[in-house]
Design a protein around this ligand. Sequence first.
Ligand code: ADP
Length: 484
Amino acid sequence: MHKVLFVTSEAYPLMKTGGLGDVCGSLPVALESLGCDVRLLMPGYRDTLARADGFEPVARLQPPLFPHHITLLEGKLPGKRVKVWLVDYPPAYDRPGNPYYDPYGNDWYDNAARFALLARTAVALALGRTSLSWQPDVVHCHDWQAGLVPAWLSLETRRPATVFTIHNLSYQGLFPRDTFTALGLPDTLWSSEALEFHGALSFIKGGVVFADRLTTVSPTYAREIQSPEFGCGLDGVLRRRSRSLTGILNGIDTVEWDPAHDAHLSKPYSAHRFRNKLANKLALQKEFELPPDPDMPVIGMVGRLVYQKGIDLLLGAIPKLAGMPLQMVILGSGETRYEKALEHAAAHAGNRLAVRIGYDEALAHRIVAGSDMILMPSRFEPCGLNQLYGLRYGTVPIVRRIGGLADTVVDATPANLRAGTATGFVFDPAEPAALAAAVTRALDGYRNGRQWKKLALNGMRQDFSWRKSADAYIKLYKTALHTR
Ligand code: ADP
């Protein structure tokens, strides 16, 4: 039985801003059911502590170069058996709102120190330098916030194996040179073969360069990031590490996201009671003050409103979409320019387009359930979860053929429809016209009621549970232990 320490900045429901939170809240549960002993280490943000019922202090640690000691709080992932340790250090984490940004949308000024602290704690646990009796065989680090862990551990002769998962290569944790010194990183790590990235300190390189094994969250993204177009300046390093890099597709939490038992829905439904999905659509139209119409196709979109998600493509396509028989509901938050532009578009769309700016987990469920289609025109997409939720809810995805979207949605070509493998609508160019053309195809498909239902049910029959991917991680842990 492997003992695995997850080091992450998010794990649903203790903290979530995106897919990372979903994955770190559900993969450990799947690994445990396959016999792993998984513990999670994450920051004790203010909102996290508020959700951390029953957590108790179990250890104190004095991280080097930090003025105060930290307290490790121990508890369980709410509703699950997985053990969690929260790093309680109020000067770093006792702040309102988003874990990465201040209320003005800027990075917290001390992000380097905040996540170095997480890494320091992980290293102490990994090396058995705490009063706790548990020590991992494998440390599984997630995204740049945990990037320094493999780097620091690489300096040790006796250490656990390290795995680093890239959930999104475009967030790298870059900081000025003097931060490197301030964090007490040794000079041997300052080179372009180590943590330096064009004169800056790169947290993510700590994982990319030093982890025994690298993964991304879909096979296609694993290939894409080895090219200059998607490599964010790290494609060279990633190509050099290509033999240690694999793509393991994200699964979803099939209990949390289950249309038959989803407490957020006005009427649960399943493939056998697909008709009940309609009640959710009518409720959604009502909630968004759109004209209630069972026959009007509704396109939903939920996500961070950032460049990655192709919001500009959608905005460019809106004049075309405005002439089509459809309604659209959007939930998201992110860059002000996109929030404003979408709100402006909604104000001028005359009962066709409704936009809600904000973050709302329950509403996300209602949109996925109540829409007929879910749109993801991403410019790049490491895996993407909303298309998977869409598939599970019989809400047909319209996606760009990129990253994990390409790996999970099968285009409704005549041949795929005949073969019964089609699950959605896929387009290639990152252009508004291509997006609009895909929507046109989807609307055509929608008008053929019987075929549409088949398409939706094809999606609902797919297995996106963690089972297969959790197996793949366990195999990977074995390889990592072997090659350490
Ligand atoms: P990313 O990790 O790039 O943000 P993913 O599609 O992998 O994208 O995961 C996003 C997750 O965050 C999904 O579970 C999605 O439903 C959720 N999400 C994103 N924005 C919002 C929002 N405004 N309200 C509720 N849930 C959201």
